[in-house]
Every structure is written in C-alpha cells, then in structure tokens.
Ligand binder design. Structure first.
Ligand code: ATR
Length: 278
C-alpha cells in the first residue's frame, strides 16, 4: 500500500472544480499526509481511467460533469443512493473492487439541516427541473419523508418519468407554478437557470407562504436571482454552496479516515475563491 493517501476529482473540464480547495483544506486541518488532485479525463478516456483504479494509486475520488452517469455504468458495486439516482459522484476501493456512491442527496439534505432545520418531514416541496441534479434532490426529499413532492419541468415527460411509481410525487408543467406555490413549504431550483452564463429564471414568488424556504443548487452566483427575489419577500433562503461543501464530507471520510466538518471558515475560503474567479 502506498504510504501517502491519494484521492482525485475527475471531470472534463475540471479546472473550475472547487473540490481540491475543499479537500486540501481538510487535509491541512487534520495534518493528514495525503493529496487530492484534479484529473482532466476526456470522455473517450474515462473507461480506461476507471479500469485502472482498483489496484492503482488512489484510495478513491470524486466524479463530476460529464462522467457521473458513465461512472454509474462502469463501477463494480453501487451504494443505495447511487442506485436510486442512477449516477455516481464518489468512488472508493473496497476488497479490491471499485465502489460508486452518490453523496449529492446527502449534501442537499445536510445543507438544509444546517441552515433551515425542520425543513423536512411531512412538508410539501416543489422542485424546478427534472435532470440529473433533480434526481438527487428528489431522492433526498423521499428519504427524508417529505409529505408531497411536485416536479415542475419545461419538458413534462421528464418530470413524469422522475415521478413515476411513487404516489407522493407528481409532475407538472411550468404553467402550474402559481397554484403549486400557494402551499409549498420548500422550493428548490435544480435547473441551470439563474446560473452565471445560463438563462434567466423568472417566476413570481408572491403566492409562496411566508414560512416557505427557498433553495437553489446553483452557487455561481452565490446569490442567484431566485434567492434574491425570495429574500426581498422576507423568505428564508439557503444557497447552493452548502450542498457542495456537505457532499464532500463522506468521500473525505472514506479515503482519509477522518470525518471532516463544514465550518464557517471553510465556507469563507471557498466564497473568496469563487469571488476571485468571478
Ligand atoms: P443537470 O444534470 O445539471 O440537472 P440536465 O439534465 O441538463 O442537467 O437538466 C437541466 C434542467 O434544467 C432540466 O430540467 C431542463 O429542462 P428540460 O428537461 O425541459 O430540458 C432545465 N432547463 C435548462 N434550460 C432551461 C430553460 N431555458 N428553461 C426551462 N428549463 C430549463
């Protein structure tokens, strides 16, 4: 076994990833002699990269865009979250086999636990979007026993597919939003709208009850137009950076053997880096 524990994040491109900053800070904080390195792996090289991991240099690593679904197909074993979501963001080697897990749903829920306790059980969530990110969010909402989950998407068929087979979940077109918002306790944006360089997300938040929580998984910009509009209405808002920080915790613990903490200091470091890159 190598004396220094090594982990990676693989993506394409990967230069924008804040994961090396997050894990690098935890390594320093805990005095662990390890490394966490970005690996730019083009789609055509991904299968070979995955194939070389068991028995290779690394204890494991993260998988980001565009490899999460391919990783799901290529690993030897999945954890329950990856199975439910159909995508893998965390890899580790166990008994010589490559395991793929998904910590995005965990990160989503842990972020709300930290910033909006009481957001979960038997409440009513409205989720904007039905892509890969929405799959993780819906899995988290189901696991935390939301009473009702509504998926609203431009392409209704994708929302219907995600809602299929669970009586708590329903699918709706964008036009249904005003009516749905009236009894929503948690509004989640999982679309790329509102992201720097993405389209505009303009919805009228007036129908939302005053106790509603609004969260966005987009974190560039940190204060998305949706969150800004919710804050103007006096609603509780939770930004998407916390999800990124919390989803990193289980991976670090697996590779390096210490459960790290998401602290205000870590958040400040990443916020400063996002500011520098803006
Ligand atoms: P991800 O894996 O990040 O969720 P994705 O699978 O491409 O990415 O999904 C993007 C989501 O944003 C989808 O719900 C998409 O809606 P469609 O399913 O109708 O494509 C939504 N989205 C992206 N651009 C949009 C736009 N201009 N208007 C409305 N929804 C949009």
């Amino acid at each position: 076994m190598a004396d220094k524990l090594r982990a990676f994040v693989c993506g394409h491109p990967v230069a924008h990833s804040r994961s090396p900053l997050i894990h690098g800070n935890w390594l320093k904080e805990h005095g662990i002699e390890g490394s966490y390195e970005p690996r730019d792996v083009a789609p055509g090289d991904f299968e070979a990269f995955i194939g070389g991991l068991a028995g290779g240099l690394y204890a494991g690593g993260n998988v980001t865009i565009p490899h999460k679904e391919s990783a799901f197909r290529l690993v030897d074993r999945h954890d329950a979250a990856a199975e439910a979501i159909g995508a893998v963001n965390t890899l580790w080697i166990e008994d010589g086999r490559l395991y793929g897990g998904n910590t995005d749903a965990y990160g989503f829920a842990a972020n709300l636990d930290a910033s909006a306790p009481g957001w979960d059980r038997e409440k009513t969530a409205t989720v904007l979007g039905a892509g890969g990110a929405a799959r993780a969010v819906v899995h988290a909402l189901k696991s935390r026993n939301m009473g009702e989950i509504r998926i609203v998407n431009r392409t209704l068929a994708r929302a219907q597919e995600l809602a299929a087979g669970d009586g708590r979940i329903s699918a709706h077109p964008w036009e249904a939003l005003p009516e749905l918002l009236a009894d929503t306790t948690l509004l989640v944006n999982t679309t790329s709208l509102g992201m720097k360089g993405g389209g505009e997300l303009s919805i009228d938040l007036d129908p939302l009850p005053s106790a509603a929580v609004v969260t966005d998984i987009v974190y560039v910009p940190l204060r998305t137009p949706l969150l800004a509009a919710a804050a103007r209405r006096g609603l509780k808002t939770v930004d998407g950076l916390g999800m990124l920080l919390h989803q990193a915790v289980p991976g670090f613990e697996r590779w390096f053997g210490v459960r790290p903490e998401v602290t205000p200091r870590l958040r400040e470091i990443v916020v400063a880096d996002l500011g520098a890159g803006a």
